[in-house]
Design a protein around this ligand. Structure first.
Ligand code: DGL
Length: 278
């Protein structure tokens, strides 16, 4: 059983989900968090739905064992291809993905109804963002342009945020969106908020939608409605209470974690998920 004091579970394929956790801490600073990054099996973005669903099921089971009150699938790839699996395994615990709130925010932000979606190959080929936007849009004339940007994840992980080669790659991906006159871009991947400066240099006219930010606001409202929100005025917490769990500790883990989260993280616990790792 869970209560208002139970932690929020945040799950990602690796450490990119710390960009989402950062937004949750911004909007829900008094909550405690369990962060699970499947660092041994990242990236998910080039894997098949079947494998992403299997990894998701294992991660949900782990978070449930920690007594979380809600689960956030911070990974856009998981949100796009395995949200139903996550919800099936989570039972009576709500699961919030990255797509729903960001799709609504993109529709509100766009003035010309031309929206760009960027994400991993798996996210883009699922059409999850596009389908969601069309489902909730009252406009019949809405143009959605999607583009997989598979090199963006390694660019961020290699810390090449301002490298000239990164600019060239970003132009290659983004110029087709620009030619279609889009005025709003959904950053449909945990890593892309770190490339906002580059994206805005290439398409300065586009509003950027950070899926983590909108998911955090969505979660805040949902927890408040259900009486499960710890009000920041209830207690004054100086440092967010976060427990980190990873399936591997890569060489540059701490440096990367700092880049995504903006502050140093405590030593993570290393766990095993699934049969092949036990
Ligand atoms: N977390 C993934 C996402 O948001 C990016 C990294 C990966 O491919 O696993 O889609």
């Amino acid at each position: 059983m869970f209560s208002k004091e139970s932690p929020i579970g945040v799950f990602d394929s690796g450490i990119g989900g710390l960009s989402v956790l950062k937004q949750f801490i911004r909007f829900l600073p008094s909550e405690s968090y369990i962060y699970l990054g499947d660092t041994a099996r990242v990236p998910y973005g080039n894997k098949s739905s079947r494998i992403v669903e299997q990894y998701t099921a294992e991660s949900i089971e782990f978070l449930l064992s920690k007594g979380v009150k809600i689960i956030i699938t911070a990974c856009n790839t998981v949100s796009a291809v395995a949200l139903e699996t996550a919800r099936k395994y989570a039972g009576n615990i709500d699961v919030i993905g990255m797509i729903e709130a960001a799709a609504g925010a993109a529709l509100r932000a766009s003035r010309n109804n031309k929206i760009g979606i960027i994400g991993t190959r798996a996210t883009i080929s699922s059409n999850a963002y596009e389908n969601r936007i069309r489902d909730i849009s009252s406009q019949s004339q809405i143009d959605v342009f999607s583009k997989a940007c598979p090199m963006f994840v390694p660019i961020v992980e290699e810390g090449m945020l301002r490298h000239p080669a990164s600019k060239l790659i970003a132009e290659e991906y983004l110029l087709p969106l620009k030619e279609n006159n889009i005025d709003t871009i959904v950053l449909g991947c945990t890593h892309y908020p770190l490339l906002s400066h580059l994206i805005s240099e290439i398409i300065p006219e586009a509003a950027l939608i950070d899926s983590g930010e909108h998911a955090a606001v969505f979660a805040l409202r949902m927890l408040a409605e259900k009486g499960l929100l710890i009000d920041p005025s209830d207690e004054f917490i100086q440092k967010p209470d976060i427990q980190f769990f990873v399936t591997d500790l890569p060489a540059n883990f701490y440096e990367q974690a700092r880049n995504f989260l903006g502050f140093e993280i405590n030593e993570p616990n290393i766990i095993h998920l699934g049969k092949e790792h036990s």
